[in-house]
Structure formats: structure tokens, C-alpha cells
Ligand binder design. Structure first.
Ligand SMILES: Nc1ncnc2c1ncn2[C@@H]1O[C@H](COP(=O)(O)OP(=O)(O)O)[C@@H](O)[C@H]1O
Ligand SMILES: [Mg+2]
Length: 254
């Protein structure tokens, strides 16, 4: 299983250094955390890795091969999958169909990337349907298989997005605030799934606001503040680091 390396990565939007010269590793078989206050640059990191945004400087490598200039469909085909901070499902398609789309990286991902719809071949393929049902089962969603995704509660929609993201059996999965808006029971259920995925060899990058959640799950955590990496390492130590505490207190004031 490959690991993902970011080396000296920056993203500037005009004069704003949204991400400023960061270096980090997402190894296989582990959950790696990326935390930081709102506006720190976390989603921008995910957008650069997944090929949604170009890099201003630096390189991103998957087991030594640069993916820094690859389009998002190519990055997906290379085995890097993601969820979005703002859920992106096809609201009028069923839950099952939304997950079926996730198998598509093995076919021609560009078509689906444009959300033109689900190819008939996939829709009718029994093996894919069975796998989709077992994924839904794992996420406690199978009873909603035929429900329009847009009609599900928010927490359930997040889980559909995750089921879709791992359907292609990616090596690396980037989760942008996957438990935001969920209660403790729901987020604990997901924590169990995240651990299982890591144990199966997948490398997870978990972006999260809830420091306790990250501390419990992650082996290594990185802290971004105003685009800069202000700390990294063991989550228990990092979250006690005065720089990190100050970054969080600084933002809770407004
Ligand atoms: N497409 C964009 N164009 C201009 N500025 C952006 C864009 N995307 C993000 N930003 C800015 O970059 C900074 C980091 O944003 P973001 O990565 O979304 O932070 P986070 O996910 O940590 O809350 C913010 O100041 C945000 O306004
Ligand atoms: Mg964000």
C-alpha cells in the first residue's frame, strides 16, 4: 500500500497564502489527523491532493510518483479518494445509485466526474449491486438503499458519501470533516469504521474540528494555522502544545 507525501506544498490565492510550504505524510494502515481553526487551509490541502486545485509550489507524491499536476479523475484512478466538507451527492438518485457511482474509478471516471449520470452497465451489474448493498449495510444504510439521497437526514447523507468514497477500494481516503454535525453515537460508529479501514491497510487523512475525536483515532496529527504547519506528532502531545492551544483559543474569541 502506498503512502502519500506532500513536500513544501503551497497554495496562494492572490496575496493570500491559504497553504504555506507544508510537508506531511499520510502512511498506509493508519489514520492521520489534520486539524486547525476555521480558515486554516485544511480543505485547500484536500483540494490540492485530489486535483481540484492546482499547487502554487511543491510536490505531492504517491509512492514516489508525482500526482501534483494530475486532474481529479486521474488522482481518483490512482487510488486517492475523498469526501467533501459540503456533501456532494446526486440528490435525486437513490442511495444505492450514489454508492454505485463510487465503483466507477475502474471504468471511465471522467463521465461520472461530470455527473452526467450512472452508466447502465453499472446500474445493472449484479456484482456491483451486491457490493454496494454490503457497503450500505456496513454504514447502517441498507434500509435506505432505494430512498432518494436528497431525502435523507444530514448525518445519513454524510455516510452515503463515505460509502461512495471507499467503494473503489482506494489506497488513500481524504475525509473532510466527516463527523461534523453528528452526535456522539453516530461519530463513534464512524470511528469504528475508520479504524477497520485503517486496519485493512488503507491510509486515512481525517480532517476534524473535534480535537478529542482526532486524539482518540489518530497516530499522527498535523496542525495548520493560517496556512502554516505549526505542530505535528503524537496527538496527545500536539494538542497540549501552547502554540496549538493558542491557535484554538484565538479563534474561539470571534
Ligand atoms: N477558491 C478560493 N479562492 C480564494 N480563497 C480561497 C479559496 N478557497 C479557500 N480560500 C481561502 O483560503 C483560506 C483557507 O480556506 P480553507 O482551506 O477552506 O480552510 P479550512 O478548511 O481550514 O477551514 C481561507 O481564508 C479561505 O477563505
Ligand atoms: Mg474546510
Amino acid at each position: 500500500m502506498p503512502s502519500l507525501h506532500l513536500e513544501g506544498v503551497s497554495k496562494h490565492f492572490g496575496g493570500l497564502k491559504a497553504v504555506d510550504d507544508i510537508t506531511m505524510v499520510v502512511p498506509p494502515g493508519e489514520i492521520t489527523g489534520l486539524i486547525g481553526p476555521n480558515g486554516a487551509g485544511k480543505s485547500t490541502v484536500v483540494n490540492m491532493i485530489s486535483g481540484v486545485l492546482s499547487l502554487t509550489h511543491g510536490d505531492i507524491r504517491l509512492d514516489g510518483t508525482s500526482i501534483a499536476t494530475d486532474r481529479s479523475d486521474i488522482v481518483a484512478r490512482r487510488g486517492v479518494s475523498r469526501t467533501f466538507q459540503n456533501i456532494r451527492l446526486l440528490p435525486e438518485a437513490t442511495v444505492l445509485e450514489n454508492v454505485l457511482i463510487g465503483f466507477h474509478r475502474r471504468e471511465h471516471a471522467g463521465v461520472v466526474a461530470n455527473l452526467l449520470g450512472l452508466p447502465a452497465a453499472l446500474r445493472e451489474d449484479r456484482a456491483f449491486r451486491e457490493r454496494a448493498h454490503s457497503l450500505l449495510d456496513r454504514f447502517g444504510l441498507d434500509e435506505y438503499a432505494d430512498t432518494e439521497a436528497g431525502n435523507l437526514a444530514y448525518g445519513h447523507q454524510r455516510r452515503v458519501e463515505m460509502a461512495r468514497a471507499i467503494a473503489s477500494e482506494p489506497d488513500i481516503v481524504l475525509l473532510d470533516e466527516p463527523v461534523a454535525g453528528m452526535n456522539d453515537v453516530e461519530s463513534d460508529e464512524l470511528a469504528t469504521i475508520f479504524r477497520e479501514l485503517a486496519n485493512s491497510g488503507m491510509g486515512l487523512l481525517l480532517i476534524e474540528h473535534n480535537v478529542g475525536f482526532v486524539t482518540r483515532l489518530c497516530k499522527q496529527v498535523y496542525v495548520l494555522d493560517s496556512g502554516r504547519m505549526i505542530a505535528s506528532g503524537d496527538p496527545h502531545e500536539v494538542t497540549r502544545d501552547p502554540k496549538v492551544v493558542a491557535a484554538y483559543i484565538g479563534t474561539s474569541k470571534h
